[in-house]
Design a protein around this ligand. Structure first.
Ligand SMILES: NC(=O)C1=CN([C@@H]2O[C@H](COP(=O)(O)OP(=O)(O)OC[C@H]3O[C@@H](n4cnc5c(N)ncnc54)[C@H](O)[C@@H]3O)[C@@H](O)[C@H]2O)C=CC1
Ligand SMILES: C[C@H](CCCC(C)(C)O)[C@H]1CC[C@H]2[C@@H]3[C@H](O)CC4=CC(=O)CC[C@]4(C)[C@H]3CC[C@]12C
Length: 369
């Protein structure tokens, strides 16, 4: 993949390319990867906006497929130079079964690795998660840590378990010989909580606030810091690392990188108010309105209700023991590893990330403004 002034030659495949992050990766590649000849977008559900991308100079190929189906993955990967594997089942609310989460996130990743090996694709970027590290179930804080900070990672929930297993598979595959005899070069990016245009949970909080007369009620102490990163910067990191994998294979291969930018350290709720505030919502209370023990009880009750109601309907509220523990445990990163290894600098400043997110919330139907 050496730099050349010749015609664009590279074929990229983005799995999960119609998801929240995947869409930003796809658009970023089209905007900022001049060597792109063909962009394949592989997803279980293809979005209508893909059509508008097909009018440019890069060949955009939409592939409806399932990462759990090895043959479908292999067919999509064949002939690609780089695979960016963002597809995953993001579920911490109990909507999907643990088996399904494992199947999509672990087997799906296995299939992607195997497809690279069998077809001769040499470069693989995996979207991992901060959840691979923590917060752990013991509630230990991870305060502005980096990739080398010691932390007791203990996973019980199906989602972090699956992401940790999948990340390990990706890292262990680094150096494996692909068809043709060249080594596979892999790396994993670990975003903290991603925000920005298209963020479903932000949408849910906004709608909940509207239903509650423009108010949200503080549940988590303002002192608990939760790491957040703007989706455009996460996408940019994927594009950059994918571009650099060949040139710096020895340095980047088998490495993990937290995704970070200049977003401020705040609690999950205070951070959301950076966007929801200018859209007419307010966060009631300088301290949590309910005592923590009551929240724990409510979260346990929700888990019980989910279990009892499962034969009849899907009850999957935002509050459950796992989400409460994650929201209530400090987990923030402070690192420059991506900058040192592949020259990453955030493409979007905090002000720009904030403005873009606010404009997106405001554009939502029924804005409180
Ligand atoms: N949203 C967040 O805050 C964070 C997300 N991540 C990771 O980033 C990646 C993308 O997450 P989001 O964009 O937030 O989720 P998303 O749910 O918006 O996107 C995931 C995409 O994968 C596709 N997909 C799911 N199952 C599939 C299957 N069996 N075959 C093919 N495609 C399938 C979905 O249709 C969807 O388009 C995931 O791997 C997730 O674990 C990591 C850290 C934080
Ligand atoms: C839904 C949680 C906030 C509600 C808490 C309540 C009910 C007390 O108000 C979210 C708090 C933290 C979020 C998670 C975090 O950002 C890390 C994540 C990384 C991922 O890879 C996937 C998503 C998530 C698990 C994210 C999910 C929502 C929260 C638990």
């Amino acid at each position: 993949m050496a730099e050349s002034a010749q015609a664009p030659e590279l074929v990229y495949l983005v799995t999960g390319g119609c998801g929240f992050l995947g869409e930003h990766v796809v658009r970023m590649l089209l905007e900022r990867e001049p060597r792109l000849r063909e962009l394949r977008i592989f997803d279980l559900h293809l979005s209508p906006w893909l059509e508008e991308l097909k009018t440019g100079t890069v060949q955009v190929t939409a592939i409806q497929g399932d990462v759990t189906q090895a043959q479908e993955v292999k067919a999509a990967v064949a002939g690609a130079h780089v695979v960016i594997h963002t597809a995953g089942l993001v579920d911490v609310f109990g909507r999907a079964s643990p088996e399904t989460i494992h199947k999509v996130n672990v087997w799906g990743t296995k299939n992607v690795i195997e497809a690279c090996v069998q077809t001769g694709t040499q470069f693989l970027v995996y979207t991992s998660s901060m959840e691979v590290v923590g917060p752990n179930i013991k509630g230990h804080p991870f305060y502005r840590g980096n990739e080398d900070t010691p932390y007791e990672a203990v996973h019980k929930h199906p989602y972090p378990c699956s992401k940790a297993l999948a990340e390990r598979l990706v890292l262990e595959a680094n150096g494996k010989k692909v068809r043709g005899g060249l080594p596979l070069v892999t790396c994993a990016l670990r975003p903290t909580g991603i925000y920005g245009e298209g963020h479903q949970i932000m949408r849910d909080f906004y709608r909940q606030g509207l239903r509650l007369g423009g108010r949200l009620f503080r549940a988590i102490p303002a002192s608990v810091e939760h790491g957040r990163v703007y989706v455009g910067n996460v996408a940019w990191m994927h594009v950059l690392v994918a571009r650099e994998l060949e040139q710096r294979a020895a340095l980047l291969g088998g490495q993990v990188y937290f995704c970070y930018d200049k977003s401020p350290y705040k609690s999950y709720e205070d951070f959301n108010m950076e966007f929801l505030g200018p859209c007419g919502l307010r966060l009631v209370g300088t301290r949590p309105l309910l005592p923590y023990w009551l929240l724990v009880l409510l979260a346990a009750l929700n888990a019980l209700l989910q279990w009892l109601l499962r034969p009849l309907l899907l009850y999957a509220p935002l509050l459950n023991p796992y989400t409460l523990a994650v929201a209530n445990t400090t987990f923030t990163v402070s690192t420059n590893k991506a900058q040192r290894h592949f020259g990453y600098e955030p493409l979007f400043s905090w002000e720009e990330s904030r403005t873009r997110t606010i404009l997106w919330v405001q554009a939502m139907e029924g804005s409180a403004q």
